[in-house]
Design a protein around this ligand. Structure first.
Ligand SMILES: [Zn+2]
Length: 200
């Protein structure tokens, strides 16, 4: 089943449960009760709906933003020892991005697993700062997109975080502030608010 039809199927199922008693009023039988949806069950449905939205449109929305990048390159992490790595990186950054200062970056490990998504406004400084972190030791690639201004960085970072599910961002997720203009966050909030209001 496609994402959209699965999404609609779940919503229809939820609403049918909610109005079951109302529907029964038109018949001559004693009115029934609305079908009980437990808190846990509702949360499960909300998570599922959010996942379906992300699967259906997340990649396309993110790619639309990434397509507006000024420049985009991937660096195979190399250099023996932290200092050598940072020097290699700084040279590579200068060569490929010049004086570009606004960026969104991703650290990738073996098997195309994204381990971290971040953003910076001071050139290679912020992405390079993780090269000293032992938790980034298994990183193989550092991918960088630079942008003309800082306005969209947080939004793009937020979208990429939803989509790539980076393991090291998760550790800090309680501190991670979502971006208010992120189209996925906006949709998630509507799903949560609406369903919580209907089934409160
Ligand atoms: Zn978001």
């Amino acid at each position: 089943m496609g994402y959209e039809s699965e999404y609609k199927r779940i919503l229809n199922k939820l609403f049918a449960a909610r109005v079951r008693d109302l529907v029964s009023l038109i018949g001559k039988n004693k009115p029934g009760k609305p079908l009980e949806i437990t808190r846990d069950k509702l949360d499960e449905y909300i998570e599922k709906l959010k996942e379906l939205v992300e699967s259906a449109i997340g990649k396309e929305l993110l790619n639309e933003e990434l397509d507006t990048a000024k420049d985009h390159h991937k660096w195979l992490i190399k250099g023996r020892g932290v200092e050598a790595r940072i020097e290699e990186f700084n040279n590579w950054y200068k060569e490929n991005f010049g004086n570009d200062s606004n960026c969104v970056y991703m650290y990738w490990a073996e098997g195309d697993k994204c381990i971290y998504v971040g953003r910076g406004t001071s050139g290679g400084q912020r992405p390079a700062s993780h090269l000293v972190d032992v938790r980034f030791q298994n990183a193989k690639w550092l991918e960088i997109y630079t942008f003309g201004g800082p306005t969209l960085l947080h939004k793009i970072e937020c979208m990429a975080t939803h989509l790539y599910d980076p393991s090291l961002n998760k550790v800090a997720s309680s501190r991670y502030e979502r971006d208010k203009s992120c189209p996925l966050c906006i949709r998630y909030k509507i799903i949560e608010d609406e369903l919580n209001a209907i089934f409160r």
